[in-house]
Design a protein around this ligand. Structure first.
Ligand SMILES: NC(=O)c1ccc[n+]([C@@H]2O[C@H](COP(=O)([O-])OP(=O)(O)OC[C@H]3O[C@@H](n4cnc5c(N)ncnc54)[C@H](OP(=O)(O)O)[C@@H]3O)[C@@H](O)[C@H]2O)c1
Length: 338
């Protein structure tokens, strides 16, 4: 342990204490093309040394493969890590592009048992509902999740991509430690309702895709030409065709702020998300995803960057100008139900 470790923050009123930046592990097994397993494992270790304690996975990432991949790392460092995983999304055996969303209590129980087995741990620290199944009342689903807490299978509960109303209804059943939703310089729809509801209820925000799935870093300009066939971003409207060409221009102010700080655009994108904790007055723990040690170092260093009021004002107009939705089907996002 060195004193260069990142600061800590509590996730919600009763949630665990975690490093102010977590690590998204999805890309180590799925979504953005092949990743090197050795480098991914080294990335996990490097993150832990830097004080990153919240590790994010889901049963859906590689149909369980991501949880299995993380298991040896978690077992080796069980007392130092906060394991966050999720249930609710699976893919159709007939059509891998078709998602099936389920929140019914028997399914939740089946999922938690399967995740515990794949992770090979006794308890999951933070268990999220990955998506809302609108056919099941949220109170019923959260009651089933609360039962898992009582049974000691899960320590804390979280919800992903919920509306403010859904969050309020859930919190009335059992304390919710965190809402995990997309939040970045490109994706700010949760600021309309969800952020203020989370603040009011004492729930933390865990922004996913804080780097705009990599687009804000400048590492690709158009998914059609720059990314492999296996890359999920080729299906996302804002990263392809004319939308991508329009959106790449929006990175200019991020580059300008980065230059002023001697930082990378990725670091400015992360510093902006991190600073929303001060702007909105609630705990915010972004979970940038990377499969590379050097990027963990770069991303963690962003927790020490503070943007000025002028810089925040320069970055403010970006999100409203983004061309293209976050998902091909926006019912997959909470904003589609607000
Ligand atoms: N709840 C949900 O529905 C949901 C949805 C999506 C994601 N998530 C979670 O959120 C995590 C993060 O989201 P995300 O992975 O979609 O997007 P992200 O964190 O915005 O971006 C990840 C991408 O940026 C690249 N990257 C990371 N650091 C970089 C740097 N410093 N410079 C240049 N490129 C960099 C990564 O590539 P390299 O690996 O090559 O570094 C990867 O392609 C996921 O891992 C997952 O755990 C949750």
């Amino acid at each position: 342990m060195t004193d260069s470790r990142i600061a800590k923050v509590q996730l919600g009123g009763e949630g665990p204490e975690v490093g102010v930046q977590g690590l998204g592990c999805m890309g180590m097994s799925w979504a953005y093309g092949p990743a090197d397993a050795g480098e991914s494992r080294a990335t996990l270790e490097r993150a832990l040394e830097a004080g990153v304690t919240l590790y994010d996975t889901a049963d859906a990432y590689g149909a369980g493969e991501n949880e299995k991949f993380l298991s040896p790392f978690f077992k080796e460092h069980r007392d130092e890590v906060v394991i966050a995983t999720k249930f609710a999304i699976s893919t159709s055996p007939d059509d891998p592009m078709k998602r099936i969303i389920r929140n019914d209590p028997p399914y939740i129980r089946q999922c938690v048992e399967a995740s515990l087995k794949r992770l090979d741990v006794d308890v999951i620290d933070l268990y999220y509902m990955h998506r809302r199944d609108v056919n099941v009342p949220i109170e019923e689903a959260v009651a089933a999740m609360a039962e898992l807490v009582r049974e000691g299978k899960v320590k804390h509960l979280g919800l992903s991509e919920v509306t403010a109303g859904e969050l309020r209804a859930a919190q009335a059943v059992h304390p919710i430690a965190a809402v995990q939703s997309e939040w970045s310089l490109f994706s700010r729809d949760i600021e309309a309702h969800v952020v203020s509801a989370a603040k009011e209820l004492g729930v933390a925000l865990v922004p996913y895709s804080p780097l705009g799935r990599g687009f804000l870093t400048g590492s690709f300009a158009n998914a059609d030409t720059d990314l492999t066939d296996q890359d999920f971003r080729r299906t996302m409207p804002r990263f392809t065709g004319e939308n991508a060409a329009a959106n790449v221009v929006l990175l200019e102010p991020i580059r300008a702020v980065a230059e002023a700080h001697g930082a990378s655009p990725a670091q400015i994108a992360l510093a902006w998300v991190q600073q929303q904790a001060t702007v909105h007055g609630l705990p915010v723990v972004p979970i940038p995803g990377t499969t590379k040690r050097s990027r963990v170092e770069e991303n963690v260093a962003a927790t020490r960057i503070v943007l000025t009021a002028e810089e925040l004002a320069l970055l403010e107009p970006i999100a409203a100008k983004v061309a293209g939705d976050r998902y091909p089907d926006m019912t997959f996002a909470s904003a589609g139900r607000e």
